[in-house]
Design a binder for this molecule. Sequence first.
Ligand SMILES: [Zn+2]
Ligand SMILES: [Zn+2]
Length: 347
Amino acid sequence: MKKIIIAVVITVVLVGATYKLAVDTEAGQNFLLDRALSARMVQPPVSEFLGLEVMVCGSSSPLPDPSRAQACIMVRAGNRIFLVDAGSGSAEVLRLEGVPMQLIGTILLTHFHSDHISAIADVNLGSWVAGRPARLQIVGPEGVNSVVAGFNLAYGLDRSYRTAHHGEDFLPSVLGALQAQTITPGVIYAEDELTITAFEVDHAPISPAVGYRFDYMGRSVVVTGDTIVTKGIEVAAKDADLLLTDALSHDLINAMSEGAAAGGMDRGATILKDIMDYHADTKNIGKMAAAAGVGQVAFYHLVPPVQNVVMENIFMRGVPSDTILTHDGMRFLLPAGSDVLEIVEKN
Ligand SMILES: [Zn+2]
Ligand SMILES: [Zn+2]
């Protein structure tokens, strides 16, 4: 027994001394820094994955959550990366998850609420600096021109500083400005086996508002953007492998609204009541998805963002048990020519 106590004491002293040496001395700090840098600062390899890769780059809505960015879904088909929306914090998620930013060529906007567009400038800068070979395309329904003109104006000085500092060869000014493209529902992209179809959703009074469906090498993913559950989504999501849908828990939002009113937060109570009529009720999604023949349903744009297991259990009340509640960094891999759907947890 005495020997064990001595061994434990010696181990504790050695661990403590090593920790102090590593953290408090320059040599120790440099050693740890080198190890961390060589592990993290590595050019990501070009993916050889054949199929659709989907990553949640923002699972939240405007209600604040320190661990979730606002609306953003990444869809990758080979070396083409599309984002559906770019809400606040989503550029950081993309970079922290090691997404090759230079391959992001297009952001598809579902509508122009701030929680879907506020990180456009960050994605633009991140992809420009990473070496994106063409201007970043901002695609969306009527109104996208004014959004893009506004960002280009607001960030004009920033772009000029970057080019002046790093040089026209390294950061060509022409590639720093966003390019707008207005679309209407229907097929909006069909190239090299990838088809993207925009479809109308119901986010009234916000109009136009659309969702997007991606079909690539026999695999398909549908992203709704903000909407209530509609027949149109059922049609657009017909036999899709994966449906990423807006999701609002009436039980949670009701309770929060009543709590806010009881606490004297009248404005908060009003807003919480108002938002209940233009998002997808979690309890209506499963039936629609089953009628559409969707393979896997996953909730994102969580209203409210789920922060603990109690909230999660309430959020998932009345929801089919195989439904996935996403979090930032969650990936879905859909290999070409199969019906496999692999879920990869955050890095
Ligand atoms: Zn939203
Ligand atoms: Zn919205």
